[in-house]
Structure formats: C-alpha cells, structure tokens
Design a protein around this ligand. Structure first.
Ligand code: ADP
Ligand code: MG
Length: 259
C-alpha cells in the first residue's frame, strides 16, 4: 500500500474511535489509582466498564471529561487531545450522569431548563423540544410541572438523563446509573439507553457493577482490576473467548453473584 492509501486507511480506522487512551496513569494523594491504560473506545457504541469495587472505574470515567487530569499519558477525543478542547465545550460534548441523580428545586421542566441551551430555545412558549426530550426518556410531558424531588428514583434518573441530553452531547458517561434503582427501573433505564444510543448516535461509556447489564446492552467491555486493564474487547469475545483467565473467573463469579 502506498503512503497515501496507508494514511487514508489509518484515518478511516481512527474515525471510528471516540476516545484513545495512551499509557494513561493516574494517582491521588501519591497513591496510584490507574496505571498504563491504553485503550480505544469506539464511537457510537456502548462500552461497559466492569471490575471490582475500588478498581478505578469511576476514576477512569472522571478523566474522560476532565473532572480530573491524568498524571501521565494522554487521552484524545475524536483524534484531538482532550486538553485542546475548551473545558465548557468539552463538558457540553461529553456529558456525565452520576450514580445518584440530583434534582434541583422546582419542577421537572425547571430541571431541564437548567441546561442553558434549552433555556435559550425556550422563547417559544410551546417548547416542543422539552416535551420531545421527556418523551425520549419515557416521561409523559403532561407531568412536566410536577415537583422533581417528589419523583421515584427511576424517574429522577431519567430526568437527569434528559437534562444531560439537553445540551446535545455526543458522548454520555454513566457511572453506575442503576446502582440506586430497583430491578424494574434499572431494566427500563437500560432499554432506554440502548434505544438512545441508536436513535441519537451517542457514544456511551457506562460503569456498572451489574454484569448482566454490561452483557445485555454493551458492545464492548473493559475489565479493570487494581487500576489496570485486565482485558478489553467486544462483549462477544470477552464472553465466549476471553484471552485472560482472570476475565473468565470474573465473568463466572459476577454471574453467580447476580445472574
Ligand atoms: N478522593 C480520593 N482520595 C484518595 N483515594 C481515592 C479517592 N477516591 C478514590 N480513591 C481510591 O482510588 C481507587 C479507585 O477508586 P474508584 O475509581 O472510585 O474505583 P471504583 O469506581 O472502581 O470503585 C480506590 O482504591 C479508592 O480507594
Ligand atoms: Mg465507582
């Protein structure tokens, strides 16, 4: 292959990548929490990050929209160093959904209008966009004036998700979004995430302690342990043909703990 064609092939391959981590290391208070992470996170796919408690899952997610910066290595998003993005722009494009949804005081609509882009679009009284957002997370727009703090846990998490989507992000980072939910609400959220990924062409990186969730909605899996990647690959590979013995063990024990 000549150089031009090789460059093009390289560029095409990269076009399918959202985040590229190169030998990323991170520490807190002098203690290493992540080491030597080299990883490609595919665009418009759901990557599920799994691993035992304390393995560095949340730390990894926090690096991806610069809630923290790694102490070594580099991270690129869409082929551009993360530090080259103005932080506000980065946080708009890469939204974070936390484990426990925090509702601001006021109605469901108020909570969505906290996203500035929607507030600006709100000049038209019908605000069909707000209704569409609520519909996209299975909340009936007719209840939008209800007090957000009175909602169930599952509804709050869906409003939080709609709020994150209001700024039209390209990437959603989700840190154990179902941890505080009952099984039924958790399944509902997963169904919605799978749908949103397809309809809105979102790249999602989701930390979960529920292996069943990761296998059901993930395209790719990353298994972390002790701040290092044990194995990363497609869900199918990791499930049926794991390269690391540790992956097989983890899958087995996690499956037994929560089938
Ligand atoms: N604020 C902090 N200060 C010091 N160490 C921390 C802090 N937060 C997390 N850690 C440590 O970093 C490691 C990774 O934590 P974390 O990323 O939260 O793991 P996970 O999300 O997989 O449970 C753990 O050993 C944890 O004790
Ligand atoms: Mg965590």
């Amino acid at each position: 292959m000549n150089q031009k064609r090789a460059d093009k092939a390289d560029g095409d391959a990269r076009a399918g990548i959202a985040f590229a981590l190169d030998r990323v290391g991170h520490s807190r208070g002098g203690v290493a929490v992540l080491s030597d992470l080299t990883l490609a996170i595919r665009r418009c796919k759901m990557t599920a990050v799994i691993g035992p408690s304390g393995s560095g899952k949340t730390s990894l997610l926090r690096l991806l929209n610069r809630l923290e910066d790694p102490v070594s290595g580099s991270i690129a998003l869409f082929d551009r160093d993360l530090r080259a993005y103005p932080v506000r722009e980065l946080r708009r494009r890469v939204a974070f959904v936390f484990q426990s949804p925090v509702m601001f005081e006021g109605s469901i609509a108020d909570n969505l209008l906290a996203a500035s882009r929607l507030r600006k679009a709100n000049d038209t009284p019908k605000t069909s966009e707000l209704d569409l957002l609520l519909e996209s997370v299975d909340i009936d727009p007719s209840i939008k004036e209800r007090d957000a703090r009175g909602l169930s846990g599952g509804e709050k998490q869906r409003v939080a998700l709609a709020r994150a989507l209001a700024s039209r992000p390209e990437v959603l980072l989700l840190d154990e979004p179902t941890a505080a939910l009952d099984v039924e609400s958790a399944e509902h959220l997963m169904t919605m995430l799978a749908r949103l990924r397809t309809t809105q062409r979102l790249t999602m990186v989701m930390v979960t302690h529920r292996l069943g969730e990761a296998l059901a909605v993930g395209d790719d899996l990353v298994l972390l342990e002790g701040g290092s990647i044990v194995e990363a690959g497609s869900v199918d590979e990791m499930r049926h043909a794991p390269r690391a013995a540790r992956t097989r063990q983890f899958m087995q024990s996690a499956h037994e703990a929560s089938p």
